[in-house]
Design a protein. Structure first.
Length: 216
């Protein structure tokens, strides 16, 4: 009965992960996402997104990777009541499910702008310095390109956040050299080495790499 007991570190991380439990709407969106293979952000990571959006009073947010609406719900709950979430995804069906989740949560249709397409085709069309926050959970191999676009579209004081920054515990293990792990390590170096950014690695969920834009 019970399986292997958790180590103190594992127990602490689990406690932090579950500190903000999801409500019925988030749990339903999570189930739909898992059913169609759109792995949603974990609850601790979602709560961090909500906190960050609230902390900067975000009005205009870009999301790369709509999934089925879990991360979007967390972001919308942290944003200003008059804010707009622009979310990009290559899967129209995932966006349909996300739209359903947003509606169930009581968000008016005008609060979201869902764009079907590749992020690197859509992002160049967004205005320079026009956004408060960018959240990226798309194709891992495109993360460095997302970073370049995010820095361009963010205002000074805005925040960029990347999900899967610890990539299933692979990033911290130097023996892991698969392409996704390598590119996420490279992303960390790019963020740390950019004088326009002040970074923070948050060990919630699968890891969040966040950075504040401190200079244009």
């Amino acid at each position: 009965m019970g399986g292997t007991p958790k180590s103190p570190v594992e127990a602490t991380l689990a406690y932090a992960q579950e500190f903000h439990p999801e409500d019925d709407i988030l749990r339903a969106a999570r189930r739909r996402g898992e059913e169609v293979g759109a792995a949603p952000i974990m609850p601790g990571g979602g709560a961090a997104l909500c906190f960050l959006a609230s902390a900067i009073n975000a009005k205009a947010v870009v999301e790369i990777g709509t999934g089925c609406g879990v991360s979007g719900l967390w972001l919308l709950r942290g944003m200003r009541p008059d804010g707009t979430l622009t979310s990009v995804d290559v899967e129209p069906e995932h966006q349909r499910l996300a739209r359903e989740a947003f509606s169930q949560a009581g968000f008016a249709g005008g609060r979201t702008r869902l764009i079907a397409g590749r992020a690197l085709d859509v992002l160049p069309r967004l205005a320079d310095g026009g956004y408060d926050m960018v959240f990226a959970d798309g194709a891992r191999h495109e993360y460095p390109d997302y970073l370049a676009e995010a820095v361009r579209v963010l205002r000074v004081g805005g925040i960029v956040v990347f999900d899967h920054a610890l990539w299933q515990d692979r990033v911290a293990d130097p023996a892991q050299r698969d392409p996704d792990t390598v590119v996420i390590r490279e992303l960390g170096k790019l963020v740390r080495g950019d004088d326009r950014l002040r970074p923070l690695l948050i060990p919630l969920g699968d890891g969040l790499l966040a950075a504040v834009k401190i200079a244009g």
